[in-house]
Unconditional design. Structure first.
Length: 159
């Protein structure tokens, strides 16, 4: 096999990787602890994930944003409940792709009937109050398939 055949075979050419970057990936995998090498498996997974998220728009990044910006994004992108309550909101996170905000999640104090009749005590509970995102965002995965960005899922997992 020729080195220039690796990127199309592994699907990394769909990500815009050149032959050298694909070769580096293979050599890193071969040097992993699970294959008897010296590179820690967790470190290798983190590096591969960072490489895979690098694309034409960059990687998905999660950042804190202020309440006003979160409420404005929710008004623009949440079709069912386009309002938010900044008074009960404790914090808000945004997912950015290529520097542009593509999703927002807010968290606040619980509004349900917590603490009644043996339910969970209210101390230490945080409620995910809203998630809004730009619909239809996709990226190309390592196999060259078009897949969803999943910005909302990333925010829910972070809370």
């Amino acid at each position: 096999m020729r080195p220039e055949d690796l990127a199309p075979l592994l699907g990394t050419s769909a990500l815009g990787w050149n032959d050298e970057e694909t070769g580096d990936l293979l050599s890193d995998v071969q040097a992993s602890e699970s294959l008897g090498g010296y590179v820690a498996d967790d470190e290798l997974r983190r590096e591969i994930a960072e490489r895979l998220w690098q694309g034409p728009y960059g990687r998905l990044e999660l950042v804190s944003i202020d309440k006003g910006a979160a409420c404005a994004f929710i008004r623009a992108h949440h079709t069912t409940l386009p309002y938010c309550n900044p008074r009960g909101m404790m914090y808000a996170l945004a997912a950015r792709l290529g520097g542009e905000c593509v999703a927002v999640a807010t968290a606040g104090t619980p509004t349900g009937r917590w603490g009644q009749a043996g339910a969970c005590p209210i101390d230490g509970i945080l409620e995910l109050t809203r998630i809004a995102s730009v619909g239809g965002l996709t990226r190309i995965d390592r196999r060259g398939r078009r897949v969803p960005v999943n910005a909302s899922s990333a925010l829910a997992a972070r809370h």
